[in-house]
Design a protein around this ligand. Structure first.
Ligand SMILES: NC(=O)C1=CN([C@@H]2O[C@H](COP(=O)(O)OP(=O)(O)OC[C@H]3O[C@@H](n4cnc5c(N)ncnc54)[C@H](OP(=O)(O)O)[C@@H]3O)[C@@H](O)[C@H]2O)[C@@H](O)CC1
Ligand SMILES: [K+]
Length: 489
């Protein structure tokens, strides 16, 4: 068992993959052994998290997730703790493993209540796991609410009850800790999962994770990009930011600043609005008329504050820039104008890379869907975008998803709600362009870029508000790789 940190590309398995691994692992063990391992693991973690707690409330549901809770109760009782078991099951309908656990609990003389205890020191949520099929209601919803408002730590077994393992939708329990069993589930890391799961721990219970293809992977912390001493600015590539329609120059300048701080050799900025002779505080930026830029020789970030003006430049951008990040208004223009789609679709055959960085509303426009539908399955939505436009798609939001045709998608473990402020998306676009300019593969650049963008927010000093301008300046190809990334996800 271990706490999850972004030290490797952790494989994430959804419901079907987890079920397949469960069956495979259980088949190689004596009856009930897998659930007994699960229960022991839960009890161990509960004790480690709250060594001085006495009254452990175990809220156990009607399936095998409840069975894990019952097995945990046995261990807590053996260790001299007071397990307070509330059980919602029907003995006649229990699956066999949970049935065996129930008999063992009864044989040990542990009482089963049909209501929560009056008081407890620690709660264990074993109401629902992979079998969660509909919103919580009735007593289950009441017990979940009791855990949420109980003022004690809440350890969720496998998943916070009600949360979809595949999508991070739904939910009822808001845990302080989750112990994911057998597999790590993508739903813990995206959508509502991050808020529902708390700190994530994992025990594979002896499963061979490599036996089942993952639905996604967690982006690991990128390695240090060391710069040879014998370097010059040409080695790290040029970035051109094209955007900044009248009144929206700030977005383009934020992207340009991010590209500079993320290590681009030279950064050009083409404002589609009023010409600006010099950017105060940023003399390194080279302002140019967009028509004079040699887009074929640069990584281009297009759309930041582009307004309607960006529509006119997109045909040339799409048909000349070899490495391209499309953001904001460029994405809206693509969504609104099908004539641009063939230009986008022609890029991969020329060996050119494209990264789209939509937030959920922009993704919905591109897919011709409702925002709720995009958010209902963020992994599938990002993959649909990548496949439709044959590009790398970065679907921003809680647990940003990075997808590309034929690749296992990434989910980003870094970032906080502090990023929910104007301009941070422009900063990401500039950062990604800098990594493309350095010659990184687009899928890798996007994954590492979103990680570093989130990590910069994670290490933001407490008490200092995060602004996009300051975030751009906090980026550095080396410092952001090395500095203390927040441990845990
Ligand atoms: N087998 C093993 O050895 C191991 C199993 N493991 C554990 O098993 C878990 C999966 O167990 P599971 O398949 O029994 O599903 P689980 O989440 O307990 O729920 C199913 C029950 O809930 C019910 N139900 C559903 N939604 C509901 C709702 N909203 N409100 C009320 N009821 C609702 C549903 O009823 P139904 O929908 O059929 O009417 C059914 O009765 C997995 O997450 C892991 O913890 C691992 O530890 C490894 C070892
Ligand atoms: K649970």
């Amino acid at each position: 068992m271990r706490r999850i940190t972004p030290d490797r590309p952790w494989p994430l398995h959804g419901n079907a993959g987890s079920r397949a691994l469960e069956a495979r692992t259980a088949a190689a063990l004596p009856p009930n052994a897998l659930m007994q391992r699960a229960g022991l693991s839960v009890a161990r973690l509960a004790l480690a998290l709250a060594p001085h707690a006495q009254r452990f409330w175990l809220a156990c549901g009607p399936g095998n997730n409840g069975g894990d809770g019952l097995e945990a109760a046995l261990h807590l009782a053996r260790w001299g703790k007071q397990p307070l078991v509330s059980w919602l099951g029907d003995a006649g309908r229990l699956p066999p493993d949970a049935q065996a656990a129930l008999q063992r609990v009864r044989a040990a003389g542990i009482a089963l209540a049909d209501a929560p205890p009056g008081a407890h020191d620690f709660a264990i949520d074993a109401l629902l796991g992979l079998g969660s099929a509909r919103p919580l209601e009735g007593r289950m919803a009441e017990w979940a609410e009791r855990m949420n408002s109980g003022g004690t730590p809440v350890l969720a077994v496998d998943l916070p009850s009600g949360l979809s393992a595949d999508t991070g939708r739904g939910g009822g329990v808001r845990a302080t800790h989750t112990l994911s069993l057998l597999t790590l589930k993508p739903g813990l890391f995206t959508g509502g999962g991050r808020d529902a799961a708390g700190e994530i721990w994992f025990d594979d219970l002896g499963a061979d994770l490599a036996a089942e293809p993952p639905a996604a992977r967690l982006i690991p912390q990128p390695g240090v990009m060391a710069r040879p001493h014998d370097s010059h600015k040409g080695r790290f590539g040029d970035v051109a930011v094209v955007g900044g329609a009248p009144g929206m120059g700030g977005a383009a300048l934020l992207a340009a600043s991010a590209a500079l701080h993320a290590g681009a050799g030279r950064v050009f900025c083409a404002l589609l609005g009023e010409p600006m002779p010099l950017v105060p505080g940023q003399p390194e930026l080279m302002l140019r008329d967009w028509a004079s830029l040699d887009l074929a020789a640069m990584a281009v970030a297009c759309g930041c504050g582009g307004g309607d003006a960006v529509r006119a430049v997109l045909p040339r951008v799409l048909s000349t820039a070899r490495a391209l990040v499309l953001d904001a208004d460029a994405l809206n223009a693509v969504a609104a104008d099908a004539a641009l789609h063939p230009l986008l679709a022609a890029r991969p055959a020329r060996g050119w890379s494209t990264v789209l960085t939509p937030h959920p509303l922009e993704a919905a426009r591109l897919l011709g869907a409702a925002t709720q539908a995009v958010q209902a399955d963020r992994l599938a939505s990002a993959q649909a975008l990548a496949d439709r436009f044959r590009c790398v798609a970065v679907l921003k939001g809680s647990g940003t998803v990075v997808a590309a045709p034929g690749q296992v998608p990434w989910i980003n473990p870094t970032g906080t709600a502090a990023l929910a402020t104007g301009g941070t998306g422009d900063v990401l676009a500039g950062l990604l362009a800098a990594r493309l300019a350095a010659g990184q593969d687009a899928f890798e650049a996007a994954g590492q870029g979103v990680f570093l963008h989130g990590a910069a927010a994670d290490r933001w000093p407490v008490g200092h508000s995060l602004t996009a301008g300051a975030l751009a300046k906090a980026l550095s190809p080396r410092a952001s790789d090395q500095a203390g990334i927040r441990q845990g996800c």
